[in-house]
Design a protein around this ligand. Structure first.
Ligand SMILES: O=C(O)c1cc(=O)[nH]c(=O)n1[C@@H]1O[C@H](COP(=O)(O)O)[C@@H](O)[C@H]1O
Length: 235
């Protein structure tokens, strides 16, 4: 397993255009955080912005949560690797053959992005999950999908920080956990349902904390970022 140093805070750049994203990126430091480019920003701007963010020195997590037939997913993951991104994700619920195809697609690349499986979205409660026909608890379903992702040779999973200790016990300490649903104490949860504070997530053993609106919607994003980093150190 590849080991690495570097920032554990991943800022979700959920903006609708390059200008807003670059304005905030210039206020942040690659030594303090990495950047996540998701569906809204990528659909609006395309790969060119990824290059610009990498030129500024940031590692980029391309969060497009691929979920398709094995062939399509594998090709999409290879296209992401071609862009030189640091991390890419697929939905673990796409199944064993899909995840194995994605992993195989990365074999030819010398510098491979981390390949991460999304388990149960952090916006989902037990009730939301039951509405999709899954009658396990979110915790049980997350662990089930994490074990499947590990079996397929993925590097880790996206989950809530609440599930990290169980995943680490089952999949081992080196299996990466990437945790959105991070909210500083006393801030609003928005649409997130399985949340933890930055300090709680670090204490739970999360490898990478994903934070969006608490930074991007702050009046001073770089100050909000520093506060989160301080809270991460408070453990
Ligand atoms: O894969 C993700 O990044 C992701 C998975 C998940 O289960 N929950 C989740 O919130 N995310 C992403 O993490 C970010 C969280 O943003 P905030 O809720 O604004 O902090 C968003 O960009 C989501 O798309």
């Amino acid at each position: 397993m590849r080991q690495e140093q570097g920032p554990r805070l991943l800022v979700a750049m959920d903006y609708s255009n390059s200008e807003d994203c670059l304005k905030v990126a210039h206020q942040l430091s690659p030594s303090e955080c990495r950047l996540k480019v998701g569906k809204e920003l990528f659909t609006a701007t395309g790969p060119q912005l990824i290059e610009q963010l990498m030129t500024l020195g940031f590692d980029v997590f391309l969060d497009l949560k691929f979920h398709d037939i094995p062939n399509t997913t594998a090709k999409a993951v290879a296209s992401a690797a071609q862009l030189g991104v640091w991390m890419v994700n697929v939905h673990a619920s796409g199944g064993l053959r899909m995840m194995e195809a994605a992993r195989e697609a990365l074999v030819p690349f010398q510098t491979k992005p981390w390949l991460i499986g999304v388990t149960v979205l952090t916006s989902m409660s037990a009730e939301d999950l039951a509405q999709t026909g899954v009658n396990r608890s979110p915790q049980e379903q997350v662990l089930y999908l994490a074990d499947l992702a590990k079996q397929c040779g993925l590097d880790g999973v996206v989950c809530s920080a609440q599930e990290v200790p169980t995943i680490k016990r089952s999949c081992g300490p080196e299996f990466l956990t990437v945790t959105p649903g991070i909210r500083p104490a006393n801030s609003v949860a928005d649409d997130q349902r399985r949340v933890m504070t930055p300090a709680e997530a670090v204490a739970a053993g999360s490898d990478y904390l994903v934070v969006g609106r608490p930074v991007t919607k702050a009046i001073d994003p770089s100050q909000a970022c520093r506060q989160i980093l301080q809270n991460m150190r408070d453990v």
